[in-house]
Each structure stands twice: as C-alpha cells, then as structure tokens.
Design a protein around this ligand. Structure first.
Ligand code: AMP
Length: 189
C-alpha cells in the first residue's frame, strides 16, 4: 500500500521545501495545491482569473474545487509509490472528504506532520520569500490575512488529526537540513 503523508502548518513553515526533498528521496508525488493553483492562474484563462482574485485576497479557494483537483491528481502514475499532500487539506470539510475518498479505495493516511513554528518566524520567512519569489500573495497585508485564515480554518485540523491519533509534531524552527532529519525520524524513514 502506498504511503500518504499530510503536511500541516502555517504559511511559511517550510512545508514546500521539505516536501520537495522528501518527494525526490522517496519517489513520492508532491501535491502542492498552492502550486497547482498558481499554475492555473498562469494559463490566464477564465478559471485562472477567478482563482487569482481568491489567491490575491489571502482567502481559500472553494472546498469542492480543491477536493476534485486533489482526487484527480492522486490518481496519476507518479503517485503510485506515495503521496505528499502539501497545503491540502486546509479545512475540516476537505479533511473529511479526503477520509471518505481514501476509505472508498481502502487506503489510509500514513501520517500527518504538523510543522511547528512561531508566528514571528513565519512572518520573517514570508517577507524573505516575498523578496525572492515576488509572489503576489506575499505582500504584508495579504500575509496577515493568510495567517488569520490559517488560524480560523486550518488550525482546527490539528485537533481533528490528534483525535484520530495520526498527528506528529515536528519543530520547523531550525535550518532546513535539521528539520529534514526530524521529519524523517518522525516518519521512520
Ligand atoms: P500555499 O502555496 O499552500 O501557501 O497556497 C497559496 C494559496 O492557494 C492559499 O492562500 C489559498 O488561497 C490557495 N490554496 C492552496 N491550497 C488550498 C486548499 N487546500 N484549499 C483552499 N485554498 C487553497
């Protein structure tokens, strides 16, 4: 059975960086819903334009669209060995839909990793990234909104997965290689 790993944590915790490394090492697919959405925006079509206005506001894209996108992506061949979900689920509705979808294919979540980091560190990392990558949703104002949305909509998933006994915390405060070591230890890889 393939491994299915969920990465949870605030924007700027370093989920994407850790996911890229782990997906390369383990030959798992890396499903970054944020990157999928930014790719949709880049096409410039009508759906892309609608997605762009949501991203630029710091709010979340609709659960229905996200659930459909992720389900389809998980069926692709590069996800055969394992899946890293980076940025999904982001709401309890998405988490429940994922559980239902996995149950229907007799699969289950291998682990949920919570990347723990202080809010000040998150802000520093986001403003660094804004300078380097120039993401339109990394402006100071939108950053604050994304942190707020994380706290209200996504943080409840910590309890959701704690209750199911699947949550493991990893400190994401250290440098990238150190966090990667902690991550692999938590996953027993
Ligand atoms: P990220 O790159 O993961 O920080 O995501 C960037 C933006 O994409 C978020 O601020 C949301 O607007 C949107 N997004 C990413 N993943 C999801 C999701 N699972 N549900 C809803 N919106 C999402």
């Amino acid at each position: 059975m393939r491994d299915i790993i969920i990465f949870l944590g605030p924007p700027g915790a370093g989920k994407g960086t850790q996911a890229k490394q782990l997906s390369t090492d383990k030959k798992f697919c890396h499903i970054s819903t944020g990157e999928m959405l930014r790719a949709a925006v880049a096409t410039g079509n009508e759906l892309g334009m609608r997605v762009k206005s949501v991203l630029d506001s710091g709010q979340l894209v609709s659960d229905d669209l996200m659930i459909e996108l992720v389900k389809q992506r998980m069926r692709e061949t590069d996800c055969r060995e394992g899946v890293i979900l980076d940025g999904f689920p982001r709401t309890v509705v998405q988490a429940e839909a994922l559980n239902k979808s996995l149950a229907s294919s007799s699969e289950k979540i291998t682990a949920v990793i919570m990347f723990e980091v202080l809010e000040d560190t998150v802000r520093e990392r986001l403003s660094d990234r804004a300078k380097k990558e120039g993401r339109s949703d990394d402006s100071a104002e939108v950053q604050l909104e994304r942190i707020r949305v994380y706290q209200t909509k996504t943080a409840p998933l910590i309890d959701f997965y704690k209750k199911s006994g699947q949550l493991q915390a990893v400190s994401a405060a250290a440098e990238i290689p150190e966090v990667y070591k902690l991550l692999k230890a938590a996953l027993k890889y």
